[in-house]
Design a protein around this ligand. Structure first.
Ligand code: SF4
Length: 448
């Protein structure tokens, strides 16, 4: 009898959406009895889930493929880079197979060819919530694939196709399973969360004796019943976003909104061909803050897009000062192979991009620093991410998503573990982080 259990090594690169793809592949393989190996050595085959969004991500993916080939030699490439097999084979001609994003079945088929499928599948080896690459206490919940927009700097629609939403019952069932398995915080991800359900014509399904549409507002409301932190990412400011602000004010979901504005100057937004390019967005942000004063808005921006003038950039800086966004990331525009923006005239020189990036970051740093300073003296709920042996811990308040925002560094955290929710007193702050002390005898109702 063959007692060898096939082992699969896995390298997962890219965004949270790619991470969810990796989790699906791993869950399927584990349910078939494969072991997931932490190292190249001893693995019967290695899967590399790649990212091809920008050139630096491609470079990282190529390096990971080369390393897996050198260390193991039996490699299956999947993910965004897999859309162009020729490019992958130029770098690593002998990889076993190349598949594109979301081609879970093909990846699993290729694994079957490369490493014998264990005779008895042990479905019970798979936890009910599937296998996760994030810690147990937070999880990404992908609600759709693809995107109907055609922003000029982006190749995601050509990699992942048009919007395909998951049925709302499937999303809610997955959320429920994650919460049953210990998830305390759900991050809702997609390419365009506000467009959720458009392709399904917002089809209504029954969930827990009520009718519910495949629509961002209904989804957020139903997730609010799960009694965990629910965070919305990649939201575009379409008019119906106003409805989720009321859900935030009612403490149904976290008062946190991740909106990738990318720019503020109308001419640059037009050149980028951005969706929901609304000149009145500043007024709407003001209104959101009136409805829900605790709301934290995070965003990303691109400086140095082709044709961006000093006037456009100054408009962006003034806009940011007025918008007072809480958390901000900024990228210097980088040409992406295959993007329509590559054809645009008037590229911005690298030294000008660098200068604008520095000026932008200086303003956002000042805003962040002032906003965090204003939290000193507050008592806030904190979800613990890590603890150390000296009574210290690192966690996050509602204002911070994992990996992209700041943290709160705590003392007095003896006896706590990752995933615990505690109240903490905010003692101090710097530009991006808070410092605080755990409150052990707090009996009050928790709020944000
Ligand atoms: S909204 Fe624009 S940037 Fe975002 S995925 Fe769609 S095309 Fe790309």
């Amino acid at each position: 009898m063959n007692t060898h259990t096939s082992k699969v090594g896995f390298v997962s690169l890219g965004c949270p959406k790619a991470l969810v793809d990796s989790e699906r592949i791993l869950t399927k393989l584990r349910s078939e009895g494969y072991e997931i190996a932490p190292e190249y050595e001893g693995s019967d085959v290695v899967i590399v889930n790649t990212c091809g969004f920008i050139d630096s991500a491609k470079e990282e993916s190529f390096n990971a493929i080369k390393e897996a080939m050198n260390e193991n030699g039996k490699v299956i490439v999947t993910g965004c880079l897999g859309v162009d097999e020729g490019v992958v084979r130029e770098v690593a001609p002998d990889v076993l197979a190349v598949t594109g994003p979301q081609q879970y079945e093909q990846v699993v088929d290729e694994v079957h060819k490369a490493a014998p499928q264990p005779h008895e599948p042990y479905v019970h080896l798979v936890p009910p919530a599937g296998l996760k690459l994030t810690p147990r206490h937070f999880a990404y919940l992908k609600i759709s694939e693809g995107c109907n927009h055609r922003c000029k700097f982006c190749i995601i629609p050509s990699l992942r196709g048009d919007l395909v939403s998951r049925p709302i019952r499937a999303v809610l069932r997955e959320a429920e399973k994650l919460v049953e398995a210990g998830t305390q915080e759900l991050m809702i991800v997609s390419q365009d969360t506000s467009a959720y359900g458009l392709d399904l014509k917002h089809q209504t399904e029954t969930w827990k004796d009520r009718d519910i549409r495949a629509h961002m507002t209904d989804l957020a409301d139903a997730l609010g019943d799960l009694d965990v932190w629910v965070r919305l990412h990649y939201v575009y400011p379409y008019p119906h976003v106003d409805d989720v602000i009321s859900l935030m004010a009612d403490c149904r979901i976290l008062p946190y909104l991740d909106i990738p504005f990318q720019h503020a100057s109308p001419s640059v937004l037009r050149a980028m061909r951005r969706p929901a390019n609304d000149a009145k967005v500043l007024k709407r942000i003001k209104k959101w803050r009136e409805v829900c004063p605790e709301i934290v808005i995070r965003s990303t921006f691109i400086v140095g897009f082709p044709g961006e003038t000093e006037e456009d950039f100054q408009y962006l800086l003034d806009w940011l000062k007025e918008a007072q966004l809480d958390r901000v990331g900024c990228f210097k525009y980088e040409a992406v192979e295959g993007a329509a923006a590559n054809e645009l005239p008037d590229p911005v020189p690298e030294d000008v991009k660098q200068d604008r990036w520095e000026r932008f970051m200086a303003v956002s740093q000042q805003i962040s620093s002032a906003k965090l300073k204003a939290r000193i003296g507050l008592e806030m709920a904190v979800l613990i991410d890590e603890v150390d042996e000296d009574g210290g811990a690192v966690g996050r308040t509602y204002a911070d998503a994992p990996e992209i925002d700041g943290q709160i560094h705590l003392k007095g955290a003896e006896g706590l573990a990752p995933g615990d929710m505690v109240m903490a007193h905010v003692d101090d702050s710097n530009d991006y982080d808070l410092f605080g002390t755990v409150i052990h005898d707090e009996e009050d109702e928790w709020n944000w």
